[in-house]
Ligand binder design. Structure first.
Ligand SMILES: Cc1cc2nc3c(=O)[nH]c(=O)nc-3n(C[C@H](O)[C@H](O)[C@H](O)COP(=O)(O)OP(=O)(O)OC[C@H]3O[C@@H](n4cnc5c(N)ncnc54)[C@H](O)[C@@H]3O)c2cc1C
Ligand code: SF4
Length: 547
């Protein structure tokens, strides 16, 4: 990154320079001196959830002088004391509150699908940060599947560039979608990345290093990556980007409050004015209410629709903003089959970040194929517990499982992200069961369509081809899911979605949704960058500021 660009980023978002420069990871002074609003204060905006979408909103609006408070159900993490470079010791990072799953292809939730606490799911996300392709914004027009967004790729492009600089993202020059380059050069790759590159080359498939939101070289007071591979355990080093370190420090420095351990249970609503009045929440067992002139919900694709459904009133008997039965619908996951290959030489896939190399060669609709849309392929590099899950899912148990585990250092692993299509019946509703706050839990129903199933098999075939071409003597594949988006999508009108192109709800003029719930389609890209870029765009629209 050039010195001029670093200066520009710092002028926009100083988070990386607000972290300590003494070997510790948290600016305790900044947190202790944080502005604190009283419940009775009328803040300009209260944000529900401090993850990818919520934290970006907080930072952008605090910079423009808005009085903003972010409430998160989980803790305000301290990487030094709360996180460990250990798989078994990291389960507290996941959202493990009860949820019901149903449908013909139910999606397991928990570790692979959502996080809790300040930083959100990005605290334990892998770190891939690809952009969506221009075609993702018009799949209905182009392919007759999915939906058209009420905005275009060009509307997001400047915000992709901003967020890529702020994380910052490292990678090769990117040839797919809208070709672009990244602010930082690609990282060196480990054994798993080398195998992907070798097998792809031998198969005539283009694969590239990155894009990952992992510092390649010092960035502000953040050190560069030390390649120990614990990215999904929270990165104690602060090299991997999450809003906890990339946006929250700057938000605090500009007067935002982050209120951790505050579980929002309902959105306040004035029947007379038709406007949101703030949020009901529970903190340390006490029910409270934060007044606000506007509310932005960013609680992740399951919790956001659940909160709307749990905020029923006389005006909204079936849940807030649910006049047209759109809340909770069109929730998507990506099909994420995972293929492992065994090599005689040691691979040691744990000795580098799991996100290293990817290919988007199969991303777009190919008229010669019996399915629409496509898939991407990435290195995944599971640590031993996740590797045991892979092997056990293949049906190996007892002695067989022990043998695969003893052989761990010889295995390489690739994962695909298949673009499952948005369908109205893949949705969140309220279950009969209640959680510890007495609130109905989410029931998440999911069923695959034929196009989804064909994509999985096609992606599996390509991954197996790559690993065989690299010299694997045994190859095993399991089915998985990844990345939830949708459930309160943006649309041109209220009969087809919950929010408009600026993420303002159709039904309540001062209620916004700014997380992954608003995505109408998902492409086969990992979603965090798009969620942050969209939140930065919405913040600009709200404040009327130019780019
Ligand atoms: C294991 C794993 C790996 C992943 N890898 C990648 C990757 O490589 N690249 C990528 O782009 N994406 C990845 N993702 C997905 C990515 O992290 C999410 O898509 C993204 O963080 C979602 O952003 P969000 O704003 O919608 O929600 P989140 O970032 O999850 O934030 C939601 C926040 O809301 C809080 N919350 C929820 N309900 C309430 C409530 N009622 N009251 C108060 N607070 C509440 C939660 O505690 C949480 O902090 C991964 C996810 C997981 C779990
Ligand atoms: S490999 Fe790099 S990014 Fe991943 S946890 Fe280690 S230091 Fe952080």
């Amino acid at each position: 990154m050039t010195p001029a660009l670093v200066t520009t980023v710092r002028e926009r978002n100083e988070s990386a320079w607000l972290l300590p420069n003494d070997g510790s990871r948290t600016n305790h002074r900044l947190r202790a001196d944080m502005r604190r609003f009283a419940d009775s204060d009328m803040v300009d905006l209260v944000v529900v959830g401090c993850g990818a979408g919520g934290s970006t909103m907080l930072q952008r609006l605090a910079r423009r002088g808005w009085r903003v408070a972010g409430l998160d159900a989980g803790p305000f993490w301290d990487p030094d004391t709360d996180w460990v470079s250990d798989e078994a010791g990291s389960h507290h990072l996941y959202w493990t509150e009860p949820r019901v799953i149903s449908g013909s292809d139910p999606v397991p939730l928990g570790s692979n699908n959502s996080g809790r606490g300040v930083g959100g799911s990005m605290v334990h996300y892998a770190g891939y940060t690809p952009r969506f392709h221009p075609s993702d914004f018009a799949t209905w027009t182009n392919d007759g599947v999915g939906a058209d967004w009420p905005l275009r790729y060009a509307d997001l492009r400047p915000y992709y560039e901003q967020i890529e600089q702020e994380l910052p993202v490292a990678g090769d020059d990117w040839p797919w979608g809208d070709p672009h380059s990244y602010p930082q050069r690609p990282h060196p790759v480990g054994g798993n990345g080398e195998i992907f590159l070798r097998g792809a080359y031998a198969s005539g498939i283009t694969a590239k290093v990155g894009p990952v939101a992992i510092a390649n070289g010092r960035f502000g007071n953040r050190p560069h990556c030390i390649y120990r591979g614990f990215c999904l355990q929270g990165c104690k080093v602060n090299a991997k980007a999450s809003p906890l370190i990339t946006h929250i420090p700057d938000a605090l420095a500009h007067g935002a409050e982050v209120r951790a351990n505050a579980m929002v249970t309902g959105i306040g609503f004035d029947e007379r004015t038709g406007r949101a009045t703030g949020v009901h929440y529970i903190m340390h067992g006490t029910p409270r209410f934060q007044r606000a002139a506007a509310v932005a919900v960013a609680g992740y694709s399951i919790e956001t629709p659940r909160l709307l459904l749990n905020s029923a009133s006389r005006r909204f008997p079936d849940g807030m903003c649910n006049d047209f039965d759109q809340v909770g619908r069109y929730l998507m996951v990506q099909g994420a089959p995972q293929t492992a290959g065994r090599f005689d030489a040691e691979v040691r896939m744990y000795k580098s970040p799991p996100p290293e190399v990817s290919s988007e060669q199969f991303y777009e609709t190919d008229p010669a194929k019996p399915y629409k849309r496509g898939f991407s392929i990435q290195t995944v590099s599971p640590l031993p517990i996740t590797w045991a899950e892979h092997v056990a899912a293949q049906g190996h148990w007892g002695t067989g499982l022990r043998q695969y585990m003893s052989d761990y250092v010889h295995w390489s692993c690739l994962g695909a992200l298949c673009e499952f299509l948005a369908q109205p019946d893949n949705r969140v509703t309220l279950a009969g069961e209640k959680d510890r706050y007495g609130l109905p839990v989410a029931n998440f129903a999911y069923s695959q369509c034929d196009n989804d199933k064909r994509l999985i098999r096609a992606a599996q075939g390509v991954m197996e081809q790559i690993l065989h071409a690299a010299g694997a003597d045994e190859v095993i594949t399991i089915d998985r899911y990844a990345h939830l988006v949708g459930g309160a999508r943006m649309a041109a009108d209220e009969r087809h979605g919950v929010v408009d192109r600026n993420c303002r709800s159709f039904a309540v003029p001062n209620l916004y949704i700014t997380d992954g719930s608003v995505l109408p389609t998902q492409g086969s890209a990992n979603p965090a960058l798009t969620i942050m870029a969209n939140a930065a765009r919405v913040a600009d629209q709200l404040t009327g500021s130019s780019r």
